[in-house]
Design a protein around this ligand. Structure first.
Ligand code: NAD
Length: 446
């Protein structure tokens, strides 16, 4: 099939490359001319495992191309995917300006029947607004082409995006048109394996499904973070509690790890947007408001622990003269994405408390430099930043932090203090290795 994908970001670029990989002819369109020029020259602007290889292969085999020219992209595409950003507006609702601009640009360019698929995460009712925007442009042109609008939310996870797209747990297709559903099923057929499902439903339910999924996952995280905080106060071990509850098949083990709060480009904005959607229909989504508040507090916890242990209580800036080494900046491992990352809150808090902050991340240093500039120090070597530091704080659970050289850490830090926001190490081993070890939700020796 001939497709075009608007937005060459985390979702659009992955979708474009994966659709091309299954034999389709795909044009990816973006307004960012630098991004498109780079892609034309084989420069993939984001880090996502396996993406570069997939883009280069499909590009060289002629199934994937890049453009900023909308009429060119829309000219031959039966299906036009919208995969542009939907950032939070000032009131927390999803800002649809980019989605609607794409819809209008398709309306201005289409020259026959098109299926317009919304892959961006958008509030219930957006398909109607996309339809109206396209129709308005067609009317302006005096053109009478038919089109369908489909909701096809994306569930991929950054860091495992290619795998998630190639082998999705499920594909949700929201449409009120049987023929369109068949075309979408045909497109996704190569990605369907024995145990995954294509779920066709009405458009509004499909739009809601994406928000409900992310809100449920965010709820699990905030719930477990509060259980962890309580464990800490009661002398219980959250790792044991997770084992205990996860074994219940109704609960399961996934998404029950405590941490420094959820971040990324999706959970924070989607939770906010669903709260806002509820408000618009005068429904008070109490639970989600609490999920969000718990998360905001959780992001402060690692800095608070450091201030409690290292701080001079009488000082306005209690960490003046202290140096903190941070392992991990990305909001999760295997990505360079720092949008809404807990590291942002933690580092800002440490800086405000007067600390000198040094940071390492395997992929996100470039992003971090854009955000913090010279306010913090960086190294691409995880051990270099430890020299003379008063503490090591672990923020992101990258694999390279799981079994580090503990002797080297101990020998390099000024004092052997490790505050672990991801519970990567065994408390008793850390203690016997001579560390002052502060995990989350379990007893350390701090
Ligand atoms: P992104 O910011 O990485 O990419 C968006 C791209 O759209 C940018 O390259 C931007 O230049 C481009 N763009 C903006 N206006 C455009 C226009 N008029 N025409 C063409 N391109 C345009 O965003 P993302 O992370 O890929 O997210 C896209 C959508 O998918 C969002 O709604 C998001 O909530 C949703 N989503 C994201 C993820 C994820 O893990 N990132 C997962 C599932 C769903």
């Amino acid at each position: 099939m001939k497709l075009c994908v608007f937005g060459a970001g985390y979702v659009g670029l992955v979708a474009a490359a994966c659709f091309a990989e299954s034999g389709n002819s795909v044009t990816a369109v973006d307004v960012d001319t630098r991004k498109i020029e780079g892609l034309k020259n084989g420069i993939v602007p984001i880090y996502e495992p396996g993406l570069k290889e997939l883009v280069l292969r499909n590009q060289s085999e002629g199934r994937l191309c890049f453009t900023t020219d909308v009429p060119d992209a829309v000219a031959n595409a039966l299906i036009c995917f919208i995969a542009v950003g939907t950032p939070p507006g000032e009131d927390g609702s999803a800002d649809l300006q980019y989605v609607l601009e794409v819809a209008r640009s398709i309306g201005r360019s289409m020259s026959g029947y098109r299926i317009i698929v919304d892959k961006s995460t958008v509030p219930v009712g957006t398909a109607d607004r996309v339809r109206a925007a396209v129709q308005e442009e067609l009317d302006r042109r005096g053109a009478a082409f038919e089109f369908d609008v489909v909701s096809n939310p994306e569930f991929l996870k950054e860091g495992a995006a290619i795998d998630d797209f190639m082998k999705p747990d499920r594909v949700v297709i929201g449409t009120d048109n049987v023929r369109t559903a068949e075309i979408m099923k045909e497109l996704y057929e190569p990605f369907m394996r024995k145990n995954n499902r294509m779920i066709v439903m009405d458009i509004r339910s499909a739009e809601m499904t994406k928000y409900a999924a992310n809100a449920m996952l965010a709820t699990r995280i905030s719930f477990m973070n509060q259980i962890a905080n309580l464990c800490e106060r009661m002398g219980a071990d959250v790792a044991a509690v997770r084992e205990g509850i996860g074994s219940d098949s109704r609960i399961g083990y996934d998404f029950l790890f405590p941490g420094p709060g959820y971040g990324g480009s999706c959970f924070p904005k989607d939770v906010k947007a669903l709260i806002r959607t509820a408000e618009e229909c005068r429904y008070d989504f109490l639970l989600l408001k609490a999920v969000e508040e718990v998360n905001e507090r959780q992001k402060e916890i690692l800095a608070e622990k450091l201030i409690r242990i290292l701080g001079s209580p009488d000082e306005e800036q209690p960490l003046t003269g202290r140096t903190v080494a941070c392992w991990g900046l990305a909001f999760k491992p295997r990505t360079d994405d720092m949008r809404e990352a807990p590291s942002l809150t933690i580092i800002e808090r440490l800086l405000a408390a007067g600390a000198t902050v040094r940071a390492h991340d395997p992929e996100a240093l470039k992003e971090a430099k854009k955000l913090f500039g010279e306010r913090i120090e960086y190294s691409s070597n995880q051990y270099d930043i430890l020299a003379g530091a008063d503490a090591l704080v672990i923020i992101t659970d990258w694999n390279e932090y799981r079994t580090p050289d503990f002797d080297r850490i101990k020998a390099t830090l000024k004092q052997p203090l490790v505050v672990d926001g991801r519970n990567l190490y065994k408390p008793d081993r850390m203690k016997s290795a001579g560390f002052r070890y502060i995990p989350l939700g379990r007893s350390g020796n701090g």
